[in-house]
Design a protein around this ligand. Sequence first.
Ligand SMILES: [Mg+2]
Length: 278
Amino acid sequence: MNMNKQLTYQPPFKYKALNLQGLLLFDIDGVIRDVAGSYRRAIQETVADFSGWKPSIDAIDTLKSEGCWNNDWDASLELLRRRQDDDNHDLKLPNREQVIEVFSRFYFGGDPDGDPSHWQGFICNEPLLVQRAFFDELTRMGFAWGFVSGAEPPSARFVLEKRLGLNNPALIAMGEAPDKPDPTGLLQLAQQLAGKALGESTPPIAYLGDTVADVLTVIQARQQQPDQQFVSLAVAPPHLHGRDHQTARNAYEERLKQAGADKILSCTAAAIETLKGW
Ligand SMILES: [Mg+2]
């Protein structure tokens, strides 16, 4: 994969005409779509396929809270490694390619680079957490927006273009920049959308994510561009919403705050109200 690939995306003319109020960049999984029944389930099923042991959603959250397991293939392999360390020394670990193959079978259920209408995996049933009108409203308010995600490009494009109906959205997906919490992708896309170098004269840049790695991405962006204002917005992933999960959600949100999140949102759509206060 070429990490230095130049992005072809150009900001639409309307952003240049508007007095830009700010930039809002989004993580996708857990923010734009609910992946509890897809990516997270694919982690569970992949680990079970190799070990016979299905990790709980809690175990996955705990791993993710370490801040460095944004990539779900690596997260699956790490869960297998820890399983071997803990109490199953006979467990034979697969290599990364084998993990990717099994994971893709569960998640896409078809060729990731092929026609999405042939996919039959968990990706087909991902609930959306916002609608297209949300992005129209951001544009109307003078905010430029885009996506920085660790999801595979076909999966990210599928949800943004086919499911949400966004037309050629500004996107950096897996393999197009180093994995989060490296802020390279965030900085690149922000600069493209702002249409100029980042710094004091560029409006605030917010990033909304649902994991510690997302928060750390903003912290590192700030270190690399100290003259630019960055805001870390965070939201607990949808599987922690609902009254039954209040205790787990409080603990999860506390970890996001401790990592440095500036504001915890009740849901993705609440970003509109937050930005109105800017
Ligand atoms: Mg996420």
